[in-house]
Design a protein around this ligand. Structure first.
Ligand code: ADP
Length: 193
């Protein structure tokens, strides 16, 4: 049921993107909330698979304006792929850096890195197309839509999703975007303890 629901959501997202109806929302958010949500989703999953998971997020305590739900969706997709294609004993990290800041906005760079199976040079462009997957692996579920959606969402945010990988050595997916800074009076309420 979970798989069917995610398939349905992916198909809906992809058709929204293709008909140019996908719109991002803009609301103030705490990067911390996005990161701790990802920690909640992935920590246990990676532990159970015997993978060391590192969150190295410098801009965690800062406030931005943007579509935090879609940003989580991109990072969730990259992390769940990393988890799917990394074997027991492997390592996965999410790195986030604020690279620069002006009066009104900040540059942010994200990278999800793993030391799993990696992707051959021929497959590195293909995997971003809808329904395309590299070598099918028995028992690894997937629709081949996640990266196509993620790439389009990153583009809507003004960035570009790219991959560096060598077969057998793992993969690193990265993108950089700019987000407006949130002024004090617009800040979202601190979650209650
Ligand atoms: P899905 O995961 O549903 O198959 P995606 O579009 O998210 O679809 O990924 C497409 C393909 O790209 C995957 O099937 C896999 O072959 C390859 N891929 C994605 N991420 C990784 C990764 N971190 N390591 C190795 N291969 C990957």
């Amino acid at each position: 049921a979970k798989f069917l629901l995610s398939l349905l959501n992916d198909v809906l997202d992809m058709s929204k993107i293709e008909s140019e109806k996908m719109k991002l929302t803009t609301a103030p958010f705490r990067m911390d909330d996005v990161i701790s949500q990802l920690r909640d989703i992935f920590q246990l999953q990676m532990e159970q698979k015997g993978i060391e998971f590192t969150l190295d997020c410098e801009a965690g305590d800062r406030l931005y304006v943007g579509d935090s739900l879609r940003l989580s969706q991109i990072l969730t997709n990259l992390l769940s792929n990393a988890c799917k294609f990394t074997q027991r004993g492997g390592h996965i990290s999410l790195t986030l850096r604020e690279t620069d800041r002006t009066d009104g906005d900040a540059g942010l760079s994200f990278c999800v890195r793993d030391d799993g199976v990696g992707i051959s040079p021929e497959d590195q462009e293909r995997i971003f197309l809808s329904f395309e997957q590299a070598q099918r692996r028995p028992g690894v579920p997937g629709t081949g839509l996640g990266l196509a959606i993620s790439r389009s969402l990153v583009e809507l945010m003004g960035g570009e999703l790219s991959v560096k990988s060598r077969p057998g050595e793992g993969a690193a997916f990265s993108f950089s975007i700019r987000l407006p800074l949130c002024r004090g009076e617009d800040a979202p309420a601190q979650p209650e303890e």
